[in-house]
Design a protein around this ligand. Structure first.
Ligand code: NAD
Length: 458
């Protein structure tokens, strides 16, 4: 009897892989998925979901501590960090269990082992996992990303000793460090700075650039930083970290060498695609700067091989990975589908939340598009005023000058993470302001401000 040939083999059980597996199986493809660690990938196990669990506890605590302006005071509000970590573990377990159950329900075969691509034979691509051989007609690589650890002296050693933490270790940390240095003021850096600031840690953010929040609109990034400065987070912008010791981080800052003493260091300076060590070279898959090169349908340079999620280095967001996985499966099935990278929303789950979609004014300019930028205060919203004493939330629209079509939306303030979804639809369709004005926004909500902003651009 000849060995079984799968119609699709998927490497990686994160959002790209597990979603693609379900879609493929639904469409009738006999699918096997390999996952060496836990189903759910970084997002469910050591990224999006655990972080949000921690941040929600911090939010409740912050409301308790800072309720006086709203006529609510608590005496002796406490936050129990080890309890929060245990709860986070339960949430993660429920969700990863759910992914396993969904894959079983979809009749996807799951192999809990490291998969190595060994080559290509007459029947298809060949994989070895847990001492067994698997053959498949198609391959979808969803191997994800890992924390970047650049060659800064002492950095890797710090992770080995437990003084330095990546997103993985910090989400399992049971003790509360008195002082935390955060290298990198991007998404992970700001979300973790927010949590540890809430629970009483003295936080210093060392960021190489002159702003936090990575590609976030500069005005919004400035408001974010101001909010956290008020809460006591220290920022060292333009700081270039030169070494990590055993009880401090050293950087070049404002022309001087400065040592920042701390009890733990979070290393949040970006992520790199996981594209080596599992045999991509054995089938000739092209990588550039460590990421698999794909088109908008997930196709690689090798016919029959697709890639989706962080491994393509494009957007490194779980929701993009989800979408890329399904686009790749549709392509395998001969259905036309392409990921639209210009309207992917992104969120930073700080307090206030930051969310954006589409172009910033600077990005539009770089593409030679003339735009009108309009920033509107959220204080125009009755709900926002009711819920925020001295709030400084804003919504900024980036609009094409010629057609008055919406190209970008940038938000800081309550509910930003939920508002941005509607904005993504508008940006994807490049809706004209005159069209948006005709939609009814619920009242009283914060998103009503978008309509007001449209009317203010004439
Ligand atoms: P990031 O790219 O968002 O930010 C890294 C920051 O580190 C940048 O601002 C960079 O200038 C700075 N930096 C780099 N080298 C430095 C150095 N030597 N010294 C000081 N600063 C330095 O990366 P991240 O925060 O590590 O996040 C990784 C990925 O995970 C991102 O792609 C992000 O989108 C994703 N993520 C998303 C969410 C979310 O959607 N809410 C949450 C967490 C992570």
């Amino acid at each position: 009897m000849s060995a079984k040939v799968y119609e699709l083999m998927i490497i990686g059980g994160g959002p790209a892989g597990y979603n693609a597996a379900e879609r493929a199986s639904e469409a009738g493809l006999d699918t096997v998925l390999f996952e060496a660690r836990a189903l759910g990938g970084v997002c469910l196990n050591e990224g999006c979901i655990p972080t949000k669990t921690l941040l929600y506890s911090a939010k409740i605590f912050d409301h308790a501590v800072h309720g006086a302006p709203y006529g609510v005071t608590f005496d002796g509000a406490k936050i129990d960090h080890p309890f929060i970590i245990d709860r986070k573990d339960r949430v993660v377990k429920t969700l990863t269990g759910g992914v396993g159950a969904a894959l079983r329900a979809h009749k996807v075969e799951v192999v809990n082992a490291f998969a190595k691509i060994t080559g290509r034979g007459a029947a298809g691509f060949e994989i070895e996992a847990d001492g067994k051989k698997y053959t498949g007609r198609r391959l979808l690589v969803c191997s994800g990303s890992e924390a970047a650890l650049p060659p800064i002296p002492g950095l890797r050693e710090s992770v080995a000793s437990g003084f330095g933490l990546t997103n993985r270790e910090i989400l399992a940390l049971r003790e509360v460090p008195a002082r935390l240095a955060v290298i990198g003021g991007g998404v992970i850096g700001m979300e973790m700075a927010s949590y540890f600031n809430s629970i009483g840690t003295e936080v210093t953010v060392l960021e190489m650039l002159d702003h936090v929040g990575g590609p976030t609109d500069p005005e919004i990034a400035g408001i974010l930083k101001k909010n956290y400065e008020k809460r006591g987070v220290k920022f060292m912008l333009g700081a270039r970290v030169t070494s990590v010791g055993t009880a401090s981080v050293t950087c070049e800052y404002e022309g001087k060498t400065v040592e920042v003493p701390c009890d733990k260091v979070l290393i949040a300076i970006g992520r790199r695609a996981v594209s080596s060590g599992f045999g991509l070279e054995n089938i000739g898959v092209l990588c550039e700067r460590g990421a698999i090169v794909t088109d908008g349908r997930g196709r690689t340079n090798v016919a029959g091989v697709w890639a989706a999620g962080d491994v393509n280095g494009k957007s490194m967001l779980a929701h993009t990975a989800y979408r890329e996985g399904e686009a790749a499966v549709r392509d395998m099935l001969g259905q036309r589908d392409e990921v639209s990278y210009d309207s992917i929303p992104s969120v930073i789950y700080t307090q206030p939340e930051v969310a954006s979609v589409g172009l910033t004014a600077a990005a539009a300019k770089a593409r030679g598009i003339e735009v009108i930028e309009k920033t509107v205060t959220m204080n125009m919203s009755g709900r926002y005023l009711a819920e925020n004493e001295k709030g400084d939330g804003v919504i900024k629209l980036v609009v094409g000058r010629e057609h008055k079509n919406l190209l970008g939306v940038h938000v800081i303030g309550g509910y930003a993470s939920e508002i941005i979804y509607g904005c993504a639809l508008m940006v994807e369709r490049q809706m004209r302001l005159s069209e948006i004005e005709k939609y009814v926004f619920p009242h009283p909500t914060v998103c009503e401000v978008i309509r007001e902003a449209c009317y203010s651009i004439r």
